[in-house]
Design a protein around this ligand. Sequence first.
Ligand code: AN7
Length: 353
Amino acid sequence: MAQSLLEKYSAYLPLNDRTPMITLGEGNTPLVKSESIGKELGAEVYFKLEGCNPTGSFKDRGMVMAIAKALEAGSRFIACASTGNTSASAAAYGAHYGLTTLVLVPKGNIASGKLAQAIAYGAHILAISGNFDRALQLVQTLASRYPITLVNSVNPFRLEGQKTGAFEIVDALGEAPDYLCIPVGNAGNITAYWRGFRHYNQAGKSARLPKMMGFQAEGAAPIVMGHPVENPQTIASAIKIGNPASWQFAVAARDESGGRIEAVSDEEILEAYKLIARKEGIFCEPASAASVAGLMKLAREGVNLRGKKVVCILTGNGLKDPELAQQIADIPLQEVSADLESVEEAVSSLWGR
Ligand code: AN7
């Protein structure tokens, strides 16, 4: 069996003799070189396919570390607030290790695939009539009053696990990229990646550091605006967050790296979402496409990307939100009767393409 994520990066993680070396097969995700978008921008662009993790998002990297520490401490009960992916991940690891799992999600505001995961894994699900920020407040209070391990990214072990994404990129490229483009919601992942690049740099594994380019959705862009957003709005439900927990760390990552945190519109997100699927053969969720939408925005704004190495983190799998793909489809589903003549007629326009 291949080495698990915790084993592979044990030297850089907060492990001790009592930490169980657990795994559901997380990490070691593909870094795929862009065929189309990179050429168009004159840059060497790579996509980190975090949708290939066991529950289909990057959250598994942090969850495996948080659950290992929860088990080490003897915890039997985990909880989180979530826009969907954290709850799917917590529910899976909770099921695998026999923990009671409670998830609070904003009612009507999480993608159907993510809810299906939490249900399938047997989590206790509270759909609250409020947004993610409120759900996080509630679960934090709950965790302060009851013997519950909070597994949101305010749990420091989550970020420790998530920094392994940066290690894998440096291991694959032999060096840190010039730019790292990443969606920003609760701002844990940008914080974790920056920490990972810095630790690897200090350990002599890379000679340089990337500029951290974070992208929020325009209707949910508190860091860009400089104040919390009371009622965040965006089609990218995963990053519909108005008051990110790791706000100050994200600002530090931006400033220390000489990077930027900017907003992209839902229109730009959807355009990138379609482009990545149609031109690259990669189906990610809309929140993930914010990284590529952001990269394209930088190019339009005249940032010189020529010959630069750029990694876009595609944080979650497109299959989590199948309705959206169908809603915005501009390729009609052709219904044809089951005889050769009809099929031949239907495909006649394709010859010679
Ligand atoms: C696909 O699951 O916050 O900036 O509760 O699911 O680290 O929050 C998800 C966030 C990007 C943003 N892409 O990462 C949750 C949750 C996807 C995500 C983000 C999320 P952070």
